[in-house]
Structure formats: structure tokens, C-alpha cells
Design a protein around this ligand. Structure first.
Ligand code: C2E
Ligand code: CA
Ligand code: CA
Ligand code: CA
Length: 277
């Protein structure tokens, strides 16, 4: 069950599944949302496991719906993908993240940011040009940007996807394989992708305290990653005990409610500056 959002959120989700009329209405609203600045980004810190210091942040999209309140991405991203709106959302994401990295830097904060790209976006031939253009316009070092691609999206072996992944790393953007452990990628394939990072899926972290199997899987993933020269990030860290186990297993970075929930950019800036001081 989802812990975020509470009862109203769950109710809303139920209605979404139940009513196609609601879906149609929401889709119309989403089309307007893009044009009316109702989309916004929250940022969740990524933490260096040994020192506890912030290493960067993941951008997570939110929709401030005028009537329904905050709508989570698990509702509107699938809708956008199905009805051809995902590239508009992606364009907003790229532009807004670059603007924000620049704004933070103008305020004295150098922040690395990770964005999520879905498989639909990776099939967009001009994605790399869009990212490059935004980085250049805002004078941002490409190394400050990480693209998180789910393991299953990375396995999408259409030519366009592979080329986009290759060109992203060629322009100096970092690559991260998200939700790792939920797909079926082969070791040899992982080596071919020029990724820097694996993010262990939340489901394994959730089971760490109670399941020896989950611990064994995380242990194996960390060893695999080390052998391939990849960094390992664990997401969804909620308890001290999970943190302790992940540190012992040698995870490089941690992310989760234990440290901070996703927050607006102003709050992240304060959080990061407190962390440094
Ligand atoms: P994800 O990339 O796996 O992001 C992690 C999700 O886990 C986020 O949910 C985050 O808020 C949540 N989370 C972080 N720490 C914890 C924790 O300790 N416990 C629990 N239970 N959850 C935690 P969110 O923000 O609802 O995003 C859901 C998914 O929507 C993301 O999963 C990502 O796949 C997608 N998404 C979000 N923003 C974007 C976007 O801008 N573009 C695309 N294409 N997809 C996005
Ligand atoms: Ca992610
Ligand atoms: Ca993930
Ligand atoms: Ca996920």
C-alpha cells in the first residue's frame, strides 16, 4: 500500500481505476496543466552512505491540480504516456531542471540533479538535442545531470533507444539504471550500457529487515556493481535498521524518507546548506 497521500489519495486512486469518465476528464485537465504551469518539480536528496552528506537530488514531478490537489506521477505519467503527452511533460522537465540548477548555482549551491526518463521519451529521436540545448542555454555542466532509466526501459533494444542512451553519455550526462532488480538484464548487456549507477528497487530495501533473500540479493547486486565499476544507490530507505544493513553491504548512496521526502526547490536549498554547515 502507498504510504503517501493518505486516505483522500487512496480514494482518488480507486475512482481513477473505476471510472473512465474520470480518466477522460483528467486527461483534458492534464493537457491544460502543461500550458498553465500546474506542473512542478520536487527534489529528494541522495545521501553519501559513509558520510551522510548530500550528493545530489532526484527531481520528481508533481501536478498541482486546481480542484483535486496534488496528484502523484503514478497517476498522470501513465496517462501522459498512453495519450501522447509524455514528450510535453519531458520538455517541461528538462527546461525546469536546467533553470533550477542554474538558479541554485546563482545562489551559491552546486547541485547534481537526476531526472526520470520513460521508455517513450528514449524513443524520441531529438531528446538528446533538447537536453543539450537546455544545458547550453543555462550554461550548465552536463556532468551535473543524471538520467535515470528503468532497467526495463534500458532493455528496450530498439535502435533509437540504444542510440539515445549512447549519445546521452557521449555529451557527458550521467546514466543511472533505476528500479534495478525488477527486470531481467544480462550482465553482458549491463556492461555495454555506459551507466555509472544502479538504483536498487525499493521492494528489496523494504524487505531487508525480515528477508534473508532480500539481503542476499542486495549483497549480490552490490558485488556485481563493484565488479563492473558501478555505484549503487538504494532507494526507499525508511528505517535506521535498513540504513545500517545497506551501509554494511557497501551501498554507496541512500535515498528515502529516513533522510528527507521530496520537497520544493527552496526547501531543498535550505536542507542542503544545513547539511553542509
Ligand atoms: P521512481 O523514479 O522509482 O521514484 C521513487 C519514488 O519513491 C518517488 O515516488 C518517491 O517520492 C518515492 N520515495 C522516495 N523515498 C521513499 C521512501 O522512503 N518510501 C517510499 N514508500 N517511497 C519513497 P513518486 O514521486 O510518486 O514517483 C513515482 C514514479 O513516477 C517514479 O518512480 C518515476 O518512475 C515516475 N516519475 C516521477 N517523476 C517523473 C518525471 O518527471 N518523468 C517521468 N518520466 N517519470 C517520473
Ligand atoms: Ca527514479
Ligand atoms: Ca526507482
Ligand atoms: Ca519505481
Amino acid at each position: 500500500a502507498k504510504r503517501t497521500g493518505g486516505a483522500s489519495h487512496a480514494l482518488f486512486e480507486e475512482r481513477m481505476v473505476a471510472g473512465s469518465r474520470d480518466q477522460v476528464e483528467l486527461l483534458q485537465d492534464l493537457r491544460r496543466a502543461v500550458a498553465h504551469n500546474e506542473l512542478t518539480l520536487h527534489y529528494q536528496p541522495k545521501i553519501h552512505a559513509p558520510s551522510g552528506q548530500i550528493t545530489g537530488a532526484e527531481a520528481l514531478m508533481r501536478w498541482k491540480h486546481p480542484q483535486r490537489g496534488m496528484v502523484g506521477p503514478h497517476i498522470f505519467i501513465p496517462l501522459a504516456e498512453r495519450y501522447g503527452l509524455i514528450n510535453s511533460l519531458g520538455n517541461f522537465l528538462i527546461e525546469e531542471v536546467c533553470r533550477q540548477i542554474r538558479a541554485w548555482r546563482d545562489n551559491g549551491l552546486r547541485m547534481r540533479v537526476a531526472i526520470n526518463l520513460s521508455v517513450h521519451q528514449l524513443r524520441q529521436a531529438d531528446l538528446v538535442e533538447r537536453i543539450l540545448d537546455a544545458l547550453e542555454r543555462h550554461h550548465i555542466d552536463p556532468a551535473l545531470l543524471t538520467c535515470e532509466i528503468t532497467e526495463s526501459a534500458a532493455m528496450d533494444d530498439t535502435r533509437v533507444t540504444l542510440q539515445v542512451i549512447e549519445r546521452l553519455s557521449a555529451i557527458g550526462v550521467h546514466l543511472s539504471i533505476d528500479d534495478f532488480g525488477t527486470g531481467y538484464s544480462s550482465l553482458s548487456y549491463l556492461r555495454q550500457l555506459a551507466a555509472e549507477e544502479l538504483k536498487i528497487d525499493r521492494s528489496f530495501v523494504f524487505d531487508l529487515e525480515t528477508s534473508a533473500d532480500a539481503r542476499a540479493i542486495v549483497d549480490a547486486v552490490v558485488k556485481l556493481a563493484q565488479a563492473l565499476g558501478l555505484k549503487v544507490v538504494a532507494e526507499g530507505v525508511e528505517t535506521e535498521q535498513q540504513q545500517e544493513i545497506l551501509r554494511q553491504l557497501g551501498c554507496n548512496e541512500l535515498q528515502g524518507y529516513l533522510f528527507a521526502k521530496p520537497m520544493p526547490p527552496e526547501a531543498l536549498m535550505l536542507w542542503a546548506m544545513n547539511d553542509e554547515g
